[in-house]
Design a protein around this ligand. Structure first.
Ligand SMILES: Cc1cc2nc3c(=O)[nH]c(=O)nc-3n(C[C@H](O)[C@H](O)[C@H](O)COP(=O)(O)O)c2cc1C
Length: 187
């Protein structure tokens, strides 16, 4: 039986949720899965894996726990890898190349080149749960977006999220291409 390890870096749970959705789909296809936070992952978690899926959330171009993933570069290069990011806007806010560029900057060129695929999903935002630091950053983001004359839909959704308090654009269906890629790699 094939075994896939899913590593996630997540601050409010969106990316963890995606990892669990992907794991559930794989389990239904007969794959053994282990979902583990990047903050606690060790080389031994990866030793028996046939493939690794790493997902990290985006905070202004900085990916959560990317340093922890980068530390495992040698182990990750030894087996197939898929990478994904989770952000408010996902591909509705920026093209694939730009979001791949964020991955390259955070986990390194070598890992992104090694990955069989990179994916970018939309997440959620609950203003009532944000840390003080994140609330403060959000005030700046709000003013910056408000000043844009022709706002994209994702920009408008970001502005609207302040009055709605909590919005969620994440979707389990978005994971299907990633799941298919993993199953193809496992053969
Ligand atoms: C301070 C802060 C900065 C963020 N920066 C971005 C950003 O630059 N682009 C974007 O699309 N989403 C941004 N987001 C939205 C997060 O990526 C989104 O909430 C994601 O679902 C978080 O995933 P997590 O709960 O797994 O950490 C930001 C959120 C916060 C709180």
């Amino acid at each position: 039986m094939s075994r896939v390890v899913l590593i996630y870096g997540s601050q409010y749970g969106s990316t963890e949720r995606y990892s669990r959705w992907i794991a559930e789909e794989l389990r239904q296809a007969g794959v053994l899965t282990e979902v583990v936070a990047a903050s606690v992952v060790t080389p031994s978690h990866l030793a028996e894996a046939d493939m690794v899926v790493a997902g990290l959330s985006d905070y202004g171009g900085l990916l959560t726990e990317s340093f922890e993933v980068k530390k495992l570069v040698n182990q990750l290069l030894a087996q197939p890898l898929a990478l994904f990011t989770v952000s408010f806007a996902g591909l509705d806010g920026a093209p694939q190349e730009k979001l791949d560029g964020i991955l390259r900057k955070n986990v390194g060129e070598v890992l992104v080149n090694h990955a069989s695929g990179t994916f970018h999903f939309r997440g959620a935002l609950d203003h009532t749960r944000l840390s003080l630091k994140h609330k403060t950053v959000m005030i700046g983001i709000r003013s910056a977006i408000a000043a844009i004359p022709k706002k994209s839909e994702a920009n408008q959704q970001m502005l609207d999220s302040f009055s709605q308090k909590s919005v969620d654009y994440s979707s389990p269906e978005a994971c299907i291409p990633l799941v298919q890629l993993v199953l193809k790699n496992l053969g």
